[in-house]
Design a protein around this ligand. Structure first.
Ligand code: FAD
Length: 568
């Protein structure tokens, strides 16, 4: 049941983690080339979005090589991991934003910025249609078109309400700086409202019930911030109503922070229980009216709770412009744009997608694995035993360690288990498996791979990687046989190593000067010292000395004077 050498080589060509890949997908080769009689001009690069992915790309791009245009409805970069701290005034909104023009100051003559929203990507005409975000021009029309040679789509994601009735109308969200500012104002409003005369105790309880829907890192951090704000500042300012305050987290899964190590989830749950934050796991919110949240659980059925303020942080969705573009290029029924490992959108010359609006799919790898398995089916029966399947994967991994490395880097370490799970009973080693069934299993594996979370870390690394590719594009064309170049087994060439994500760990601040962290090498750290690690990492990650100084001085101000509870 061994694959033939040539098929295995094909697989390795597809899966190599060490820059050996040789494919037709090129970061630049398939892009439009200029007619030879025209005077050489700089290629036009259009970047959509000034978030983590877009700014990381721009920061590292050698802009003198290109004519760069940047389009975004906000003229600043926002340090999103500190947004929950803005909701309660631990840091000020202006401390976590950096004007995009300031960030590009040194590259000013090579970069043009338009404060506008892209509403259509036209891949056939190589142009994007935009609408001014700052009013219209003299004709009363704020629409314009920008053409490109290369397009970098870094539009991020939007909130996802899963069409739950009433969420859009009644919940607050925490995605943008304005959202955090709105939350901050409303928290204070709730306290002032509950302090008014002629408000019954029952009403006070309702007004001061803060509900967070979604127990992921954002929801948990916001709950922790709220709790700190309450116990450190508001109890002193509103002593008469402090007993009516309640914070609740509603989480559909079994645990909060379920993308973290189980020890962190347990630590957070115990801490929150001690702090009096109610954590309702196993509940799915089905409706939000203006005064009631209705949720459902398997054991208790439907339950409704009155609330004063609800914050929805239960999922990310697709921006309309991305949805429209995916329909144009046949990527329907997806949440994000599918790219290859060089971050180029499948089937689209010259369009790259990075950050939350994109995900790398290894359809090619899966197809090749499927081919290898077909080769193993020597008698053409259309079936393999589970043991044969297992042997083939094992054999590939032993003979070609790159495949295993590749699987590891793509969070596919447990591919064998996943296949076994998907096929059925993993103990029946001699069970005969239909090739078609196996294909279903592969698509199951594929969907598992796609569910890697969208984070700032991934977005920033992708921006950096793509900028490096753009910077080397000319050099690779001039020296096509350079060290990073390798001709493959007939299917094409590629100038660049594929993108590899390097996980640097993740934090979850839990309030009360405590945090939890998952660090590389499966290290888990929790408690007060981790909070200090969090402070130092987040201070060092600031994009400029200006924001670094502002954030650190906000933290110091909060330590000395507490948070500002003015409603402005
Ligand atoms: P974004 O940063 O969202 O940027 C998208 C850009 O596109 C923005 O500039 C936007 O204005 C622009 N844009 C939108 N629509 C258009 C349009 N039509 N035309 C042109 N431009 C447009 N990740 C971590 O790794 N660690 C954390 O601790 C962490 N904490 C978070 C806390 C919160 C509250 C939130 C909301 C997110 C957090 N994340 C964290 C996730 C992280 O913020 C995202 O993964 C990251 O922002 C993705 O970067 P991006 O560039 O793809 O998108």
């Amino acid at each position: 049941t061994h694959p033939s050498v040539s098929t295995a080589a094909l697989l390795v060509a597809a899966a190599s983690g060490g820059g050996l890949v040789a494919y037709a997908d090129s970061a630049g080769e398939n892009a439009s080339s200029e007619p030879s009689q025209e005077a050489p001009r700089k290629k036009k690069v259009v970047v959509l979005g000034t978030g983590w992915a877009g700014t990381s790309f721009l920061k590292d791009l050698d802009c003198s090589k290109y004519e760069v245009k940047v389009i975004s409805p906000r003229n600043y970069f926002a340090f999103t991991p500190l947004l929950p701290s803005v909701t309660c005034g631990t840091v000020e909104a202006r401390s976590i934003v950096e004007p995009i023009r300031k960030m590009l100051e040194k590259k000013r003559k090579d970069v043009t910025f338009y404060e506008a929203e892209c509403f259509k990507i036209d891949a056939s005409k190589k142009a994007v249609h935009c609408r001014s975000a700052v009013g219209t021009n003299f004709d009363g029309n704020g629409d314009f078109m920008v053409d490109y040679d290369y397009l970098v789509v870094a539009l991020g994601a939007t909130v996802n309400t899963f069409n739950t009735p009433g969420v859009m109308e009644n919940c607050y969200f925490l995605k943008e700086v304005e959202d955090a500012q709105k939350i901050r104002r409303n928290v204070i409003d709730c306290f002032e409202k509950a302090s008014l005369p002629n408000i019954s105790e029952e009403e006070k309880r309702k007004i001061l019930h803060f509900v967070i829907i979604g127990g992921g890192p954002t929801g948990v951090e916001f709950a922790a911030e709220m709790h700190d704000f309450l116990v450190e500042d508001l109890v002193k300012l509103y002593p008469a109503i402090q007993d009516f305050v309640k914070i609740t987290i509603i989480q559909s899964g079994e645990h909060i922070l379920n993308m973290f190590d189980q020890r962190i989830a347990t630590f957070a749950e115990i801490k929150f229980q001690r702090d009096g934050i109610e954590v309702n796991t196993g509940f799915r919110v089905v409706k939000v009216s203006d005064d009631l949240i209705t949720m459902k659980s398997k054991s208790l059925g439907e339950v409704s709770v009155p609330y004063g303020m609800a914050v929805w942080s239960a999922g990310v969705g697709t921006r309309p412009v991305i949805m429209d573009f995916m329909q144009q290029i046949g990527q329907t029924n997806r949440r994000v744009l599918a790219t290859n490992e060089w971050l180029r959108v499948h089937e689209c010359d010259s369009i790259y997608a990075i950050g939350d609006c994109a995900s790398i799919t290894q359809r090619k790898i899966m197809d090749d694995i499927s081919t290898v398995f077909k080769m193993a089916d020597k008698d053409n029966s259309g079936t393999l035993t589970l043991k044969e399947i297992n042997d083939v994967i094992e054999d590939i991994c032993i003979r070609y360690p790159q495949v295993e490395l590749y699987m590891k880097s793509m969070h596919m370490l447990d591919i064998r288990d996943l296949i076994k799970d998907a096929i059925g009973d993993s103990h029946k080693e001699s069970m005969v498996v239909d090739i078609e069934e196996f294909k279903k299993a592969l698509s199951h594996v594929d969907s598992q791979v796609k569910s890697v979370p969208a984070t700032a870390q991934v977005a920033a690394q992708q921006g950096h990687y793509l900028a490096e590719c753009f910077n080397k594009m000319d050099q690779c064309k001039e020296h096509p046989e350079g060290p990073l170049r390798m001709t493959g087994t007939g299917s094409g060439r590629h100038n660049f190593r594929p993108f590899r994500y390097k996980h640097l760990g993740q934090f979850a601040p839990l309030g009360g000067e405590q945090a939890a962290a998952e660090l590389p090498g499966d290290w888990v750290s929790m408690g007060h010292s981790t909070q200090w690690l969090w402070y130092s990492v987040y201070a060092s990650k600031q994009v400029s000395w200006r924001t670094r100084m502002l954030v650190v001085s906000d933290w110091t101000r909060r330590f000395i004077f507490g948070r500002d509870s003015s409603r402005i």
